[in-house]
Each structure stands twice: as structure tokens, then as C-alpha cells.
Design a binder for this molecule. Structure first.
Ligand SMILES: Cc1cc2nc3c(=O)[nH]c(=O)nc-3n(C[C@H](O)[C@H](O)[C@H](O)COP(=O)(O)O)c2cc1C
Length: 204
């Protein structure tokens, strides 16, 4: 079993990464393979709604980190999406990234576990947490919670290490995700069979 953890912040070893590492430690304790996927600092373009991914094997026509991640997602069982709060929202990078990942490759996430994390200095974590949860919740995923909303406070890694409740929240995400993954493995049930999607655009 494998969990992919995304650091959607500009700092490879910043506060967001610290939170992800805390989740990761618990997953590893339970024998689950992990990988932290950092988005880096190069621009990640947004979705242009061209729908080319529909005829491109569920890949975006821009062959960048988005497609790299979709390939990895195919063989992963769980996901943690982490972002710093930027103006009370998720970072621009992770927003562009997840828009394209889910628009092109959403089918590789269905039926899998997901948890979202926000790190911030002071405010906007709950709004950001809500924003990120929109991706798994529209995609038939199982959202994993914790003992508080998934947030850690601190302006940088050093400060975030002092948020003991935030770190505990992260460890509990790891424990809960490991539990869900093990339950799924043990139950060995087939995925739910969904009806064909009914799409109404509120004009008929
Ligand atoms: C452009 C920008 C906007 C930010 N906006 C907020 C904000 O709205 N609320 C907040 O509490 N912190 C805000 N911060 C601070 C970061 O959320 C905080 O430093 C975070 O922990 C950094 O995580 P990182 O080290 O993983 O990048 C902002 C930082 C930047 C760079």
C-alpha cells in the first residue's frame, strides 16, 4: 500500500512539509509506503478547459508535474494534499495542479482515501481546508479526518514545530488513514459500481 503526499508550498522543507512528515511517520510505522511529492517553485499552469485530456488517455496535453503525478496516482492507495495558506486560500500552485490532476485523471483517485492539510501563520486555515476538500468530495473518495480540522500553525518550519496540537492532528491523520487502508485491504471488496454520470447544467 502506498500513500502520496503533496507539498503544494514553495518551501521544500517548510511548515507544510513538516506537517506531511508527521503524517508520513505514522503511515510508515504501520508499514505503508510513502512519497512526498513537492510541486517546486516553477510555475504550474492552470486548466484551460480544452478537454484534450478526454482523448489523451486521461493525461493533460501539458506534460509536466501533473502527468507525472497522475502516473504515480494510478498505483497509489491514498493521498494527502498539503498547502500553505496564501491569502486565506490554497496556494496558486496547488490549485492549478489539482484542477488539472482531477480534471484529467480523476478516475485514478475514485474509491481511494484522501486527507487535506493547511498550514498557516494565523488565519484562513479552515477556509483553505474546505477548499482542498472539494477535490476528493466530488470524486467518490473517502475523506480521512483527524482530532481537529487538519491544520498546523507557524510562519515557517521552526514555528510549526511548536504547534503541538497541530502536530498531533497530523499524527492522527496518519493513524486514521492507515486504519482505513488496512480495513479496505482486509475487506477486499470490489469498488462500488457507479451509474453513468448524469450531468445537468441547470438550463433544462
Ligand atoms: C503569498 C502569501 C500569502 C500568505 N497568506 C497568509 C494568510 O492569508 N494567512 C496566514 O495565516 N498566513 C499566510 N501566509 C503565511 C503562510 O501560510 C505560512 O508562512 C505557512 O506556514 C508557510 O508554509 P510553507 O513553509 O510550507 O511555505 C502567507 C504567505 C505567503 C507567501
Amino acid at each position: 500500500m502506498k500513500v502520496l503526499l503533496v507539498n503544494g508550498g514553495p518551501h521544500k522543507n517548510g511548515a507544510t512539509n513538516l506537517a506531511l512528515e508527521e503524517v508520513e511517520k505514522e503511515l510508515k510505522k504501520e508499514g505503508i509506503e510513502t512519497e512526498i511529492f513537492w510541486l517546486g517553485v516553477e510555475p504550474i499552469r492552470g486548466c484551460i478547459g480544452c478537454n484534450k485530456c478526454r482523448s489523451n488517455n486521461n493525461r493533460c496535453f501539458v506534460d509536466d508535474k501533473v502527468n507525472e503525478f497522475i502516473y504515480k496516482a494510478e498505483n497509489s492507495d491514498g493521498f494527502v494534499f498539503g498547502t500553505p495558506v496564501h491569502f486565506a486560500s490554497a496556494s496558486g500552485a496547488i490549485t492549478s495542479f489539482l484542477d488539472r490532476v482531477f480534471y484529467a485523471g480523476g478516475k485514478y483517485f475514485t474509491g481511494k482515501a484522501c486527507s487535506c492539510i493547511a498550514s498557516c501563520r494565523r488565519g484562513g486555515a479552515s477556509a483553505t481546508f474546505d477548499q482542498l476538500n472539494k477535490y476528493p468530495l466530488i470524486n467518490n473518495m473517502f475523506v480521512v479526518g483527524s482530532s481537529y480540522w487538519n491544520q498546523i500553525h507557524g510562519n515557517n518550519r521552526e514555528e510549526a514545530t511548536q504547534d503541538l496540537e497541530g502536530l498531533q492532528t497530523m499524527r492522527n491523520i496518519g493513524k486514521n488513514m492507515a486504519y482505513i487502508l488496512k480495513c479496505k485491504e482486509k475487506a477486499n471488496l470490489p469498488k462500488p459500481i457507479y451509474e453513468d454520470k448524469i450531468k445537468t447544467n441547470f438550463i433544462r
